[in-house]
Design a protein around this ligand. Structure first.
Ligand code: ADP
Length: 467
């Protein structure tokens, strides 16, 4: 029982007998009841209480008894008390721990008038005693045969049903309560189980996120190490390759002495392979730099039409050599991209070289532009071999070649598109593809459109140069 500093005064100060075997509990009860204005007698056992009650000169209004006591229990005590006709009307309130709902039924059986469940607050106990005392006062005041007076939530009521009906009603209501209580307990247990499950799921999600973070860190470290290695290796390979090229040229020119026509042919083969190897090494170095974002970009307003006309000059000889038709629809002069000019040119030359490489004699390569409010798009379309749909997702990955045998060429190592897309993205653009095997492919480079003031600055610079 908890103690409160302010004990409410009893509505009906009464003479109360407290039956409690625990000295501490008894002392606390006596103090509480006296503070509320009651007169209190105490007995430490049922037997002692019955002895006190045998003295009919002792005037009492209520008995408050513990249930579990050595010797006679509270139930037995109540039964013995109610067997005494002189004390039958004395209300008995049992203090029960209500471990089992049957405790209440046992209380009813032994004739107890009410009960207080432990643990209780002083206010609970005093209110319950007041209720019993009020009901008793009402009953005493009611004329005989007018029914049973009770209070419900503080309102006095008169019940005229027969005691058997009342008891039946009470027991059924009580059964109902016990059932609802069981249902509540089950719901509470299920709620707790759900909370435990939710907590476990949250912990598992957190652990999974931590594992994913760790895995990403490891992958990023490995990627960095790979990039560093590629950059270092290709850099170191370029020096001896350039030396091979230089000395081959010296011998080929006869600077080191006369060379036979067969030696010239061999030296040309060495030069060709050296150039091919150097191109691959340069690709690897380029890729490593782009991946590490180690590429100096100088974005400016780039008139797309002029740029497209310029790249034709670079790939023109290849187009002629392969016998391909070249179609260029001149770009609208208002199409100006905001990008690094040299990098855009590098990407376009790569796309055009691929289109030429993968289109057979008599085919067509088309270069065209479109634009909307925010982007300029340059499309390189060919009527070549196309790319199978299941490989489209991977051709921008490094070192991917759909089928080196199909192309019948040894050029490249599958880095051109990876570099191109990385460059496009570094410039806030993108590179995408659409393709149909046997019909051809269309690669589209999208770039941010230059702002009006950048275009104006570009035009001002151009007219100043013209003057
Ligand atoms: P590389 O040209 O060195 O092989 P890329 O990264 O430029 O490397 O291209 C990767 C692969 O994508 C090529 O090997 C080829 O299989 C495919 N590809 C690229 N462009 C075309 C194209 N225009 N038509 C058909 N296949 C292409």
């Amino acid at each position: 029982m908890s103690t409160t500093p302010h004990v409410p005064r009893a509505a009906h100060p009464a003479a109360i007998l407290v039956v409690e075997d625990s000295a501490t509990q008894a002392a606390a009860l006596v103090a509480l009841l006296e503070d509320a204005g009651h007169t209190v007698h105490a007995a430490r056992s049922a037997e002692a209480a019955l002895a006190r009650l045998a003295d009919h000169a002792l005037v009492l209004d209520l008995v408050l008894s513990d249930v579990v006591m050595p010797g006679k229990s509270g139930y037995d005590f109540c039964r013995a008390l109610k067997a005494d006709p002189a004390r039958r009307d004395l209300p008995v309130v049992l203090l029960t721990s209500l471990g089992d709902p049957l405790d209440i039924v046992r209380g009813l059986e032994c004739g107890a008038d009410n009960y207080v469940t432990k643990p209780f607050t002083p206010a609970d106990l005093l209110a319950r005693l007041d209720r019993v005392l009020t009901t008793r006062a009402l009953r005493r005041a009611a004329p005989p045969g007018s029914g049973i007076a009770v209070t419900f939530l503080g309102t006095p009521l008169t019940v005229t049903s027969s005691p058997a009906q009342i008891l039946d009603l009470l027991v059924s209501s009580f059964e109902e309560l016990v059932r609802s209580n069981d249902a509540l307990r089950a719901a509470e247990a299920e709620r707790e189980a759900a909370l435990v499950r939710e907590r476990a799921a949250r912990l598992e999600a957190e652990a999974a996120r931590r594992r994913a973070d760790e895995a990403r860190d490891v992958a990023e470290d490995a990627n960095r190490a790979k990039g560093d290695f590629l950059a270092m290796m290709s850099h170191d390979l370029r020096t001896p390759l350039n030396a091979i090229g230089g000395y081959t040229w010296l011998i080929r020119k006869g600077i080191r002495g006369p060379v036979t026509p067969e030696q010239v042919a061999d030296l040309d083969r060495i030069r060709h392979n050296q150039a091919h190897l150097l191109a691959i090494v340069n690709d690897v170095l380029n890729f490593a730099r782009v991946e590490k974002r180690d590429v100096p970009l100088v974005p400016t307003a780039v008139p797309v039409g002029a740029l497209c006309e310029g790249v034709h000059a670079i790939v023109g000889p290849q187009l002629v050599e392969r016998g391909l038709e070249y179609v260029y629809a001149p770009c609208d002069p208002s199409y100006v991209a905001w990008a690094d000019r040299d990098r855009v040119e590098q990407v376009l030359v790569n796309l055009l070289s691929n289109a030429i490489k993968f289109t057979s004699h008599g085919g067509r390569v088309t270069l065209g532009c479109t634009a909307d409010a925010s982007r300029v798009r340059i499309a390189v379309t060919d009527t070549g071999i196309g790319i199978p749909p299941e490989r489209l997702g991977e051709i921008f990955d490094p070192f991917v070649q759909v089928d080196a045998r199909r192309t019948g060429t040894q050029e490249g190592v599958g880095l051109g598109l990876a570099i191109s897309r990385n460059l496009a993205r570094l410039m806030d653009g993108d590179l995408t593809v659409e393709s149909t095997p046997g019909e051809g492919s269309c690669f589209t480079l999208a770039l941010p459109r230059a702002a009006a003031e950048d275009i104006a600055a570009l035009q001002a610079a151009a007219s100043a140069e013209a003057e």
